[in-house]
Design a protein around this ligand. Structure first.
Ligand SMILES: [Fe+2]
Length: 185
């Protein structure tokens, strides 16, 4: 069956307005259950980047493509989220906050590898880092119950694992660097 983008976004809005992360998970799971239909509607990812499918204060829906081998450092979202994969793979490490003699840090607490058709809800306080382990692009639908671009968030410096404000410009730059590598390949 063809993927109906308007219907999908309306279903995301309904789930968001109802404040039901579980309902949202079902909407995203249904969408990625047929990756070929999603690719037919959204296109096979051609370059790393973030396409806004819907963006308003209570809801952000992104079509996100990770570059080959790309890693994004540990970060939080401070809002509920659901991730669904329709092409490729993303490896997630989950982190938890700990106190050390040198101050607050994070430590790895778990991992989950997601492939096409996989769907994962994330609670508002989740801290994760993401790697695309493949030599090609990974395509994912990311839905956030909030304004993903306006929220104040944190990231953790990957060597020292110390918290700092989320650097939007740097993270956009990661996608651009991935595209430069793609162009050279
Ligand atoms: Fe994230």
């Amino acid at each position: 069956m063809p993927f109906d983008l308007d219907r999908f976004l309306a279903d995301c809005s309904d789930a968001a307005e109802a404040g039901h992360p579980r309902a949202l998970r079902e909407v995203v799971a249904r969408a990625v259950a047929d990756p070929a239909a999603l690719v037919a509607r959204l296109g096979e990812p051609q370059r790393a980047g973030v396409q806004k499918l819907l963006h308003r204060p209570g809801l952000t829906v992104l079509n996100l493509a990770w570059g080959p081998g790309m890693t994004i450092m540990p970060h939080n979202h401070r809002m509920e989220a659901v991730i669904g994969i329709f092409s490729g793979r993303e490896d997630n490490i989950f982190w938890r906050r700990i106190e050390t003699e040198d101050g607050p840090r994070i430590e790895a607490a778990g991992a989950k590898s997601l492939g096409a058709r996989d769907c994962m809800p994330m609670g508002r306080d989740i801290i994760h880092s993401v790697t695309n382990p493949l030599g090609r692009l990974t395509g994912a639908i990311h839905v956030y119950l909030g304004d993903f671009f306006a929220a104040e968030r944190s990231e953790w410096e990957p060597e020292t694992l110390t918290e700092q404000p989320y650097d939007v410009v740097k993270n956009v730059g990661l996608f651009e660097a991935a595209n430069r590598r793609l162009a050279q390949a």
